[in-house]
Structure formats: C-alpha cells, structure tokens
Design a protein around this ligand. Structure first.
Ligand code: ADP
Ligand code: ZN
Length: 526
C-alpha cells in the first residue's frame, strides 16, 4: 500500500494530534486517556456527545503496535468514522453486514497481514468463531467499546451481543480495553464496568450539564395552542418537535404548515429519500422546524438548533436528555420545552406493558416513573436531571422554569372537597370530563338526561375554569385520592385516602398549574 504511515510509534502524541487530526491541543481528559491506553491500562470514558471521545482510542491505536479493534453498534456511525479516518490518511476499515463477501475477505486479509491501524466491527461479528480465531493470530493494540451502554439492560439501547464482549477479557487478557459512552445513569455505568471487567480502568466522568439549555415543563392542556404560543417567541429559529407516534407527527406538521410555519414531518414511515430530504433541508437551514419521532436526530450535528419541544412525554430521562441535548450545541441560549400530560403516562405505560420480558418491563416502568418524577418535581430541573445521572449541582441553576418562576402552592382543600364530593355524587361512574361539567354547572342534554343538574354538587365550581378543575382532578389522582379505572372508560373512584380530606380532617396543598410556555428568553431589541 502506498499511503504514508499515519503516525510513527516514536512520534509524540501531540504531533499525531496535529498532523493526523489537525487539532492544536488535547482536551485535558483526552490526554489522560490517551496516555493510559498507550501504557496498556484500561480506560472508561463517560462524556456527553460531542465531547471528543473518538480521539481517546484513535490516537493510541496509532501509537501502539498492532490493530485496534473498535466495537460499534451502528453501521452508519462506523462508516462515518472510517471515512473520516481515511481522509486523514489512517488505515481503517469496517467489518459489518453491509460488506459484500469479496470486501469482507479483503478486510480480513488486510487484518491478517497487519495492514490496518483500526478495524470497526459489529459485536456479533467480532464474537464469531472465525473472527476470534483470526484475532488470536494477529497483534491487537487495544479494544475500544463505543456506545458501551449497550451492554446494560438499564441502558436505553440494550444489545444482547454486547454482553458477550466480556469474554474478550478472558481471551486477550493483555490487551487494554476502553469503554466509551454518553449515557451516564448510574446502574448503566456499573453494568459496563462489571460486564467488561473495567474495575481498574482509568475513569473519566465528565459533567453532563448543558448550561445554555433552559428546561421548562408545562402542564399539557391544549397542546397545539401551547406549542403555537411557544413558537411565536421563536420565529425564524430552528427547532425540533418530538411526538410519540407517527400519526401525531403527521398531524402536528400538517397543522403547523396550515398555520404558515415552515415545518416538515420525519418518521420511519417515510421513504429513505423523503427522510434524507428533510434532514438535509434542516441542516442547511432551509427548513426551520422538523416534527419528528425519536427516529430523528441520531448523528445529526447541527449547532444552531434553538429549541426542542417534547409534545408528548419521553419514555425516560435518558431519551429526554439526549433529545433536548440536540439544542444549543453552539453554546448559545436554547430552550427545551416539555408538554407534560397525565394522559401520556398511561399511554407510555400501556406501550411498556405490551412488549418485552418481565424484567425489561420492570426496568422501563421504573424509568418512566423517574421521568414523571422529573416532570412533576418542584425543584430545579437541572438538579433533578443531573441528579438522575449521579451528578450533584452545588446550587440551583437559575436557568430552568422552576428557578426562574418558582411554583406557587395554594391551599386546595376546599376545591378538593368539592371535586371529591362531585365524584361521589355522580355515583363514581363518570370520568374527568363529566365531573367537570357537573362542577361547572354545564347545561348539556346529557346532564339533563342523567338529572345531574339536581345533584347538590351541580355548579358548585362554576367560578373556576375548566383547566383549573382538570389540573386539580389530575393532581388528586396523582396524590392517590382518586383512582382512574383505565379499563372502564377512565371512571373516577374515591380511594380510602379521600375520606379524611372529605370529612375535613385533612388538608391539601398543591401547586398551581403551569400552562404558559414561559416568556421570551431575551427582551426584544429596539
Ligand atoms: P463524541 O464521540 O464524544 O461525540 P467526537 O469524538 O465525535 O465526540 O468529537 C466531537 C467533536 O469535537 C468533533 O467535531 C471533533 O472534531 C472535535 N474534537 C475532538 N477533539 C478535539 C480537540 N482536541 N481539539 C479540537 N477539536 C476536537
Ligand atoms: Zn434550575
């Protein structure tokens, strides 16, 4: 082969950084990890996307004898990295199911002839008998396990093949291993260390804080209108609106276009061409708004995304963090808005209940609960979010809805009594909508047919809005005073806990609803 060697073992790592990658200097953690690996010590790197993890194994790969074996779960990511390395003159190849038989043979032959600095390989191939046999015959500089959270059932992206990677430690005890991930939840981290036997690894755990992102959670009442108010404050800005289903994506995108926004839908139901078009337009700033399922965003490195809206509840905090993290990569102020609806909890729970093994379900329910806890918490969002990832903030952040606009609590005992008695008076046979109509004294045919205008609770809440009662009823469900019979038209029923409240023996304080998306982040320039 005619290519110049990308680095000489005797070069300094700084020289390689300059010559091969074109960077001036190492980030501090990169230097530490690079040196550990070159010395043959294991390493573990936990760092948000964009932190610069790749260099950590790519440079040692050029400074140790033999070939580095890089495990990566996604063919597209492998290809991007290999292409980028080749442009820089590094001898890299990938080995995955996208290769034809001939190409595969060629890569294997190069590997055998010690002609490659790095080989990217999917875990199932790496652990195949052929491949392992080949590896026994060559010199391996290091193992890099990228997206290492895939090893954990707690990770959002569990891949059973990853678990087998622990065997590499038995087969190749002398080869250093580095695991890298941007998923920080504590149990995941422990799983990675256990499964890959990285107990003695040099660990770098970076802060996951994204201080320029302002987190806001509002109660979902009329989501499309709430979105509209938010977008008015973000005209001409680029943003992503995540919805849970394809149907919802199409619906919202269509409405936005009808209302004059430049918005397109993106989900797995579209053709590859359509998706590519949307993605390209978005990246080139020809299309400001993409309404998408979570399929959108993987591998998109667009610096000036100014907002991410979650129209529906994300399934866990890992997803929420990842998705909101697509905003403000340029470091300028960005917004993350979550529309939090109690109805969404039931939907997500339903989806979880449908599939997976019992253990998986248990984990997912646990994570969903953490997500709900975050949305409901009256404490600094950033503290709650980072806390979930095991990181402690010294102070409240000053840049989330809770910090900027602390929740107001009020004594809801009287209102709660009205609502609970109304549930009782309608015979515990109706849902939220009907109970509110009775409370507010609605004059509908249905009410008259049922003679509910004759109930003592009819109209006792007419001075309060529909939103007020809806928020209160949902809080009563949340705090366990009411149960919603999901299997039976979501009928409301009193629980034991409701008794003392109804009898006036207990009080209830709750927070006022938060339905406004918050004000513009900077005052209008004159
Ligand atoms: P990660 O894998 O953590 O998401 P990457 O390795 O892809 O991050 O790097 C993210 C970005 O940072 C890339 O655009 C890369 O070019 C840049 N980068 C990495 N290390 C350095 C460095 N030492 N100096 C300047 N830029 C760097
Ligand atoms: Zn805060």
């Amino acid at each position: 082969r005619q290519t110049m060697p990308a680095a000489d073992l005797s070069d300094s790592v700084e020289q390689t950084l300059n010559d091969v990658f074109g960077y001036q200097s190492f980030r501090t953690f990169q230097k530490e990890i690079v040196h550990s690996l070159i010395q043959g010590k294991d390493a573990f790197v936990l760092m948000p996307t964009g932190g610069g993890k790749s260099i950590c194994f790519q440079i040692p790969a050029l400074h140790r004898r033999g070939t580095a074996i890089v495990v990566s779960p996604l063919i597209s990511l492998m290809k991007d990295q290999v292409d980028a390395l080749r442009v820089n003159g590094v001898k890299a190849a990938c080995c995955n199911s996208s290769l034809g038989a001939g190409e595969l043979r060629e890569v294997m032959a190069q590997l055998q002839a010690d002609q490659l600095d790095l080989v990217y390989v999917a875990p199932e191939r790496l652990l195949s008998a052929d491949f392992l046999q080949l590896l026994q015959r060559i010199e391996i500089s290091l193992f890099a396990v990228d997206e290492a959270h895939c090893v954990s059932q707690w990770g959002h992206d569990f891949r059973p093949e990853y678990v087998g990677l622990g065997r590499l430690r038995d087969y190749f005890p002398a080869v250093p291993m580095v695991a890298l991930t941007a998923t920080a939840e504590k149990q995941t981290r422990l799983d990675i260390i256990n499964h890959l036997h990285l107990e003695n690894a040099h660990q770098v755990i970076a802060s996951f804080d994204r201080p320029n992102i302002r987190y806001t959670v509002i109660d979902k009442s009329k989501p499309y209108q709430q979105l509209g108010v938010f977008l008015q404050h973000h005209q001409h800005e680029s943003g992503i609106i995540y919805c849970l289903s394809r149907k919802r994506v199409d619906e919202v995108a269509k409405k936005l276009r009808q209302d004059g926004f430049k918005a397109a839908a993106y989900h797995a139901g579209l053709s590859a061409n359509e998706r590519k078009q949307v993605q390209d337009d978005f990246i080139r700033d020809d299309l400001p708004i993409v309404v998408a399922t979570v399929a959108f965003g993987m591998g998109i490195d667009k610096p000036n995304v100014r907002f991410v809206v979650h129209y529906d509840l994300p399934k866990n905090l890992e997803s929420y963090y990842q998705e909101t993290g697509r905003a403000g990569r340029d470091g300028l102020p960005a917004e993350a808005l979550l529309l939090f609806g109690y109805g969404d909890i039931a939907i997500s729970r339903g989806l979880i209940e449908k599939g997976g093994n019992p253990e998986q379900k248990r984990i997912e329910i646990h994570k969903l609960n953490a997500m709900v806890g975050f949305a409901e918490s009256g404490t600094c969002r950033r503290r709650a979010l980072l806390g979930y990832f095991g990181e402690t903030l010294e102070d409240d952040c000053g840049n989330c809805d809770i910090c900027l606009n602390p929740p107001q609590r009020y004594d809801a005992s009287e209102d709660a009594r009205k609502a609970l008695s109304c549930v009782y008076r309608v015979g515990q046979r109706f849902g939220i909508g009907h109970v509110i109509e009775v409370l507010r004294g609605a004059k509908t045919q249905r009410i008259f047919d049922l003679h509910h205008e004759q109930l003592s609770t009819y109209g006792i809440g007419r001075e309060q809005s529909q939103d007020h009662w809806s928020h209160l009823l949902r809080q009563l469900i949340h705090y366990g005073y009411l149960e919603q019979d999901i299997g039976n038209y979501s009928v409301l029923k009193l629980t034991e806990a409701a008794r003392p409240l109804l009898r006036g023996e207990a009080e209830l304080t709750i927070t006022k609803p938060r339905v406004k998306p918050g004000r513009k982040k900077r005052p209008e320039r004159k």
